[in-house]
Design a binder for this molecule. Structure first.
Ligand code: TYM
Length: 338
């Protein structure tokens, strides 16, 4: 029997998931789940690195897990679990904190961007966010990590910590931690904002009109696309650097319709914005409808969701504790003699 390689990934349960999370990450997991042993985490410890509402956290965690399944993740073959349920994540994070140079962290682009938004409220947790993410990945000896483009730098950090700060320093022969590789899709890995095609679509954008959420009703989708930024040119182009919004919407259309970019460019070379917006609205509504239907059923069955998360926790915890113990032993921690 050949042993499957392993993937691990996750999404923060901060509010509504949007089509960037779907097309950049979750959709990729759905394709990869049959080929790889798949561990999918709802990263709730990451969700508290910015101000949050404790009344919403647990609800959002369950809703995120339900969305993984509604998007096509099969809980019978994948392990879905909640990060805070497995204490090894926080424990390995602490150990990695103590070996990671602070100047590596100061280079993190996402930290710089997010700390501008959070002004005087920037927490140590936000600064440490990439190390907790490294712990998430390294605990599971993941071979691959399917993520969107914005996570590439965090993945590189996880690789550097594992290789240079743990393996090279604490083991002469065998690697203590496996070095993971990112999987970033050619299409969909950077979906842009509807109101500014040069900015990434993001959950933290205060303007809800900047994104299509997976659970948006058809009339909301229609309104958001109607108001999405456009320009005065005819034809929906992909390669014109002056037309970021045209490029972004064409990319979304191409993924949802399963057509090549070049085919879409030909199809819409003479099309005006009004007609194109109608077509992309229809595509979005049609693509999100089955996800929303499935979500409704799942979220109304918390018993089933709980048992999926319980089972996922069981499988994940065994692996996580094994890696944590290996690291602690190699790093010289005291062990009770048996
Ligand atoms: P989060 O919740 O911000 O994003 C979850 C996933 O969605 C991708 N993504 C996008 N892809 C394309 N276009 C966009 N506009 C867009 N916005 C978000 C992200 O790249 C990500 O893959 N730090 C992670 C969560 C995390 C994690 C992990 C991921 C914590 N631990 C371990 C993988 C492995 C994050 O960005 O979450």
């Amino acid at each position: 029997m050949t042993i499957k390689k392993r993937i691990l990934s996750g999404v923060q349960p901060t509010g509504d998931l949007h089509i960037g999370n779907w097309l950049g990450a979750i959709n990729n997991w759905v394709t990869l789940q049959h080929q790889y042993e798949t561990f999918l985490c709802v990263v709730d410890l990451h969700a508290i690195t910015a101000s949050y509402n404790p009344k919403e956290l647990s609800k959002n965690t369950l809703s995120t897990a339900a969305l993984y399944i509604a998007c096509g993740i099969d809980p019978k073959t994948c392990s879905i679990f909640v990060q805070s349920q497995i204490s090894a994540h926080a424990e390995l994070c602490w150990i990695l904190n103590c070996v990671t140079p602070i100047n590596w962290m100061e280079r993190m682009i996402q930290f710089k961007e997010k700390s501008i938004d959070q002004a005087n409220n920037v927490s140590i947790g936000l600064f440490d966010y990439p190390i907790l993410m490294a712990a998430d990945i390294l605990l599971y000896d993941a071979d691959f990590v399917p993520v969107g483009e914005d996570q590439k730098q965090h993945l590189e950090l996880a690789r550097d910590i594992a290789q240079q700060r743990i393996n090279a320093k604490f083991s002469k022969d065998k690697n203590i931690l496996k070095i993971p590789q990112p999987i970033i899709m050619k299409r969909g890995s950077k979906i842009m904002s509807l109101i500014d095609g040069t900015k990434k679509m993001s959950k933290s954008d205060p303007n809800d009109g900047s994104r299509i959420n997976l659970l948006d009703a058809p009339e909301i989708i229609t309104k958001k696309i109607k108001r999405a930024k456009s320009d005065s040119s005819i034809g929906i182009e992909f390669n014109n650097p002056e037309r970021a919004e045209s490029k972004n919407l064409l990319m979304i259309y191409s993924i949802l319709s399963g057509k090549e970019i070049s085919q879409c460019e030909n199809e819409f070379s003479e099309t005006g914005w009004g007609t194109f917006k109608k077509l992309i609205t229809e595509k979005l509504i049609e693509s999100l409808e089955p996800i929303q239907e499935k979500y409704k059923i799942l979220i109304n069955d918390p018993y089933q969701l709980n048992s999926i998360l319980q089972e996922g926790k069981g499988k994940a915890e065994v692996l996580a504790n094994k890696t944590l113990n290996r690291v602690k032993s190699k790093l010289g921690f005291f062990e009770i003699e048996k």
